[in-house]
Design a protein around this ligand. Structure first.
Ligand SMILES: CC(C)(COP(=O)(O)OP(=O)(O)OC[C@H]1O[C@@H](n2cnc3c(N)ncnc32)[C@H](O)[C@@H]1OP(=O)(O)O)[C@@H](O)C(=O)NCCC(=O)NCCS
Length: 173
């Protein structure tokens, strides 16, 4: 594979990221979700990552803040998604490179854990585990086994709890 560069998005990338999301997903919901998160307080510019190949953006992955509620207390963890790779470049490892980079950056930034809604078969290969491992649930209308998670700090998910996704996510789940 030619070298893929992963970096944080900059304002000039917004249109290209839209194009990636519109091409990877059927419909506009995910592209709209990315824009809505970008405009919200949950957005973390350093964790909206693009994959560049030959100077062209071919993939995007977003980690944003989400609240984990447990025993009346609330802590911030990260929600992964949407993520996308343009169909013409999929199955070449670009998604994997994006995920590994996202995990590394989130750890460096000292976030506690990452939660993923959907596609457990894909994410489990990166050591995401079923949310049930910790007794985690979410406010999304998803089958229980569709939620996976990863601790970035040991014990961060101990005791489980409910991941409260912003209403913006309800449109695609
Ligand atoms: C999912 C996606 C980001 C993967 O990107 P990628 O660059 O193709 O990923 P990689 O090359 O690192 O890995 C490819 C492997 O992932 C697996 N895979 C891809 N899509 C999958 C899915 N929807 N469910 C389960 N496994 C999947 C396959 O096993 C594939 O292996 P193969 O090439 O031997 O068939 C990309 O296919 C995509 O944009 N899909 C449409 C949007 C989407 O579903 N996003 C994820 C949900 S937010």
């Amino acid at each position: 594979m030619q070298e893929v560069i992963v970096r944080a998005e900059v304002p000039e990338d917004v249109r290209a990221i839209d194009v990636v999301n519109l091409s990877a997903f059927q419909g506009e919901a995910e592209a709209r979700l990315v824009s809505a998160i970008r405009a919200s307080a949950d957005f973390i510019p350093d964790l909206s990552l693009v994959a560049e190949l030959n100077g062209r953006i071919v993939g995007h992955l977003l980690l944003s803040k989400v609240k984990l509620q447990h025993d009346g207390a609330s802590k911030t963890v990260l929600a992964l998604g949407p993520m996308s790779v343009v169909p013409s470049q999929s199955h070449r490892g670009i998604g994997s490179v994006l995920i590994q980079a996202a995990i590394g950056r989130a750890k460096d930034m000292r976030y506690a854990a990452i939660i993923v809604a959907g596609q457990p078969d894909y994410y489990e290969r990166f050591a995401f585990q079923p949310a049930a491992t910790w007794g985690l649930s979410s406010n999304l209308r998803l089958p229980a086994d569709a939620l996976t998670a990863m601790e970035l700090m040991p014990g961060a998910l101990k005791g489980g709890g409910q991941v409260n996704y912003p209403a913006l996510f309800a449109e695609i789940f």
